[in-house]
Design a protein. Structure first.
Lengths: 172, 71
């Protein structure tokens, strides 16, 4: 175990990647000032644990895809909206435990997610598109001459011939 | 004859190394109308891209960007 821990610390000290992203939802009841203070506290906590902040996205109100539940003062309270914020930082693994504990205990944080990510995310330029299915080739050119042939073969039948054929059918 | 031969496929460039869970518009193209993930037969993605998409969709669901179920 000790070896793996040292490996991780050395790789982060060489600045080779362990970039993390903290995304969080604050309660919609939190005011702008309180929200800004919460974010500043989180950043201070990270910097205290020898993490360097790479980028940060301002808090923005968000409509959630489903209702989330947070236990406040012994009661389950549901929320449909939130204030969403993101902080991207470069850090040791040890700092993550401290950060997680802080967020778990926080009364203003509805939900959070800490993930490993890339330093600079390039958005997908060409959005995934359903490949076009080619329409089947035209068949009308083949069917035309057949119709003409049928017309040539059809001959008018006289009344006598008609009578004969009917009699034959009846006799059978 | 393979009955999936003519099914539409979705394409992602080979050089894409990371798919962001906040890119909801992109992720939606890998879900069916009930918000369930499409399989590889339907998406036509490489195995690694399919795993990236699956991971991103699960994160997006947890963070309320996408629903778990849609009626």
């Amino acid at each position: 175990m000790e070896n793996t821990q040292t490996d991780e610390t050395t790789s982060s000290s060489e600045d080779q990647g362990l970039v993390y992203e903290l995304a969080f939802h604050l309660l919609p009841t939190v005011s702008e000032d309180e929200g800004a203070k919460q974010v500043a506290d989180l950043k201070a906590l990270l910097e205290k644990n020898s993490a360097t902040i790479i980028s940060e996205e301002a808090l923005k109100p968000m409509q959630l895809a489903y209702t989330m539940v947070k236990k406040l003062e012994g009661k389950n309270v549901t929320f449909d909206t939130s204030l969403f914020g993101v902080i991207k930082f470069d850090s040791d693994v040890a700092a993550l435990d401290v950060l997680k504990e802080e967020l778990d205990l926080s009364k203003n944080v509805l939900r959070f997610l800490i993930i490993k990510t890339v330093r600079e995310y390039a958005p997908i330029q060409n959005r995934p598109v359903f490949r076009e299915v080619k329409p089947p080739e035209e068949v009308t050119t083949l069917s035309k001459p057949k119709v003409e042939e049928k017309k040539e073969d059809a001959k008018p039948i006289s009344e006598e011939e008609l009578d004969k054929t009917i009699e034959e059918l009846v006799s059978e | 004859m393979d009955r999936h031969q003519n099914t539409p496929k979705i394409q992602i460039a080979n050089n894409v190394k990371h798919i962001d869970y906040r890119d909801v518009e992109t992720l939606r193209s890998f879900l069916n109308p009930h918000a369930r993930l499409l399989g590889r037969k339907r998406t036509g993605l490489s195995a690694s891209h399919q795993r990236m998409v699956a991971q991103a969709v699960k994160r997006a669901r947890f963070m309320g960007f996408l629903p778990y179920v849609q009626q």
